[in-house]
Design a binder for this molecule. Structure first.
Ligand SMILES: C[S@@+](CC[C@H](N)C(=O)[O-])C[C@H]1O[C@@H](n2cnc3c(N)ncnc32)[C@H](O)[C@@H]1O
Length: 488
């Protein structure tokens, strides 16, 4: 966990901006004057603003925070602390809310949203960081007072003081369902997951309690940063040397970055490398190594935006003399693919992949299907509290239609790699089973040999024929992949 920098200090621009002291009583002073009276620390203020935008405008924390840090010139330890606070509090929201509600003696819905954001940040610091209790409480009170006034700041003070009387384990012991009575509910609470997602993991893992605990715990951690070294542009060895990272265990293109801002790495700025989870790299590589008989060099990425996998497959296509068609239904995301694939042999088209007008006969197809994203929750901090089971029901219909179309477009003997960044059985094995049963001549292949590379041996890949990767087992996102062919 990050320590606790972010002591109060003047904002950028320096100097004493407070001006002469106002002689009126504090509660009669204009609010902007009061705001200037205390310089709220920049890291916590940024974290609060992002949590508010997530709550009020359904913003994505991992997109908004980096922008806000840039705009406010927040760097170094302050930026790291703001990141830890924002992502940590967003990820742990359900757990924090239960503790806050208990300490406040009222439901979360009865607490003003702006106050709740500050309480979540304060509770996160108290329960899950090494910030001293005094600093966690007093800085939260400052935040509340500077913006919301004396009443709310008194409430924040009282609630956080109560929370600070116990550590995280004691609060969990008091508030979580007992393990003996409700194992899934208890683990879901402890590792800050909605219960329905813990149930999905339990089903996907084959109903092993030990694995469920490890899976939820790994998903509750700050995720590592993985870089991809795009082949033909830079090797993983070169990228590791220049970025200060370590070469990945599995993907020959992967580098694990110990910390810092990937945007500051030359190879990333030049487009020779990018940020991409190692599991995604293995999926993209799998498409290019499958046996397809004579390869005519017609490859297809059916749902390509924003283009991470298309860029890796495109770089390999460049070496192998192939061309990749990249379909994407959204204009904006198609533009992102064009940017990331640059001069590679990739033709980007905006189309619904279920009705693209493309000629059948592709040698290799990647269908990286739109999915619930339950396998990459650690990278999208607030997502676990936003998703609902109903999202999955809708997506499954689309996934089946897309897979049926992929099997129409692939040549006999070619390969369709179906992948999701979700381990949900309804989006993975059940889609494959239903479509393979419905399409004449379709057959599932053993996908394990397509990802046995580096230290990733078949013994680490389960019974097949599909592959399910997991953060707690492989250190990757929980990517699923299956390989399907058509004989006629
Ligand atoms: C899981 S993402 C793909 C991620 C991508 N392969 C990558 O590595 O960057 C799924 C993409 O499918 C797109 N999509 C959704 N429905 C589609 C459809 N009917 N046809 C084509 N693309 C679609 C979404 O806009 C989204 O960009």
């Amino acid at each position: 966990m990050t320590g606790a920098p972010g002591n109060r200090r003047p904002r950028k621009g320096g100097g004493d901006r407070r001006g002469p002291k106002d002689s009126r009583p504090r509660d009669q002073q204009p609010r902007d004057k009061k705001l200037r009276e205390k310089d709220v620390d920049v890291a916590r203020e940024a974290a609060r603003d992002v949590l508010r935008a997530v709550r009020e405008q359904s913003a994505y924390a991992n997109l908004l925070l980096p922008r806000l840090l840039r705009e406010r010139h927040i760097t170094g330890r302050d930026a790291a602390f703001a990141t830890e606070l924002t992502y940590g509090a967003a990820r742990a929201q359900g757990l924090l809310d239960a503790v806050i509600a208990s300490a406040a003696g009222r439901g979360i819905d009865d607490i003003d949203g702006n106050v709740l954001d500050i309480l979540r940040l304060g509770a996160y610091q108290l329960l899950r960081t090494r910030t001293s209790p005094h600093a966690a409480v007093s800085t939260s009170v400052d935040l509340a007072r500077s913006e919301l006034g004396m009443g709310p700041s008194g409430f924040v003070n009282a609630v956080l003081r109560k929370i600070s009387q116990r550590d995280e384990d004691l609060w969990i012991d008091e508030l979580a369902p007992p393990m003996a009575e409700d194992m899934i509910g208890s683990l879901a609470f402890r590792y800050a997951h909605p219960r329905w997602i813990a149930e999905v993991f339990f089903d996907a893992l084959g109903r092993s309690a030990g694995q469920l605990q490890a899976a939820l715990a790994a998903d509750d951690e700050r995720p590592p940063v993985h870089l991809v070294a795009r082949p033909g542009m830079i090797t993983a060895e070169e990228l590791a040397l220049t970025s200060g990272g370590d070469e990945g265990r599995y993907s020959p293109y992967c580098v694990y970055l110990p910390g810092g801002d990937p945007g500051g790495i030359d190879a990333v700025r030049d487009g020779f490398a990018g940020v991409q989870d190692e599991g995604s790299q293995l999926v993209a590589r799998a498409v290019t190594v499958a046996e397809v008989g004579e390869d005519s060099g017609r490859w297809l990425d059916m749902c390509a935006g924003p283009g991470g996998k298309a860029a890796l497959i495109g770089a390999i296509a460049d070496i192998d003399g192939a061309r990749l068609d990249a379909l994407e239904v959204s204009d904006h995301r198609a533009e992102l693919i064009r940017k990331i694939t640059g001069d590679l042999p990739v033709d980007v088209r905006v189309a619904d992949a279920r009705d693209s007008g493309l000629e059948p006969g592709y040698d290799r197809i990647l269908l990286d299907a739109p999915c619930s994203g339950l396998g990459s929750l650690r990278r999208r901090p607030e997502a676990r509290w936003r998703r609902t089971p109903a999202d999955v029901t809708e997506l499954v219909v689309l996934q089946k239609e897309l897979l049926a179309e992929a099997l129409r477009l692939v040549k006999p003997g070619g390969v369709v790699v179906y992948s999701t960044c979700s381990p949900h059985p309804a989006e993975t094995v059940e889609v494959i089973d239903a479509v393979v049963a419905a399409v004449p001549g379709a057959r599932q292949l053993d996908a394990r040999p397509l990802v046995t590379v580096g230290e990733l041996t078949e013994s680490l890949l389960g019974p097949g024929p599909h592959v399910q990767l997991w953060p707690h087992l492989h250190g990757t996102d929980a990517m699923f992949l299956a390989a399907v062919t058509r004989d006629t």
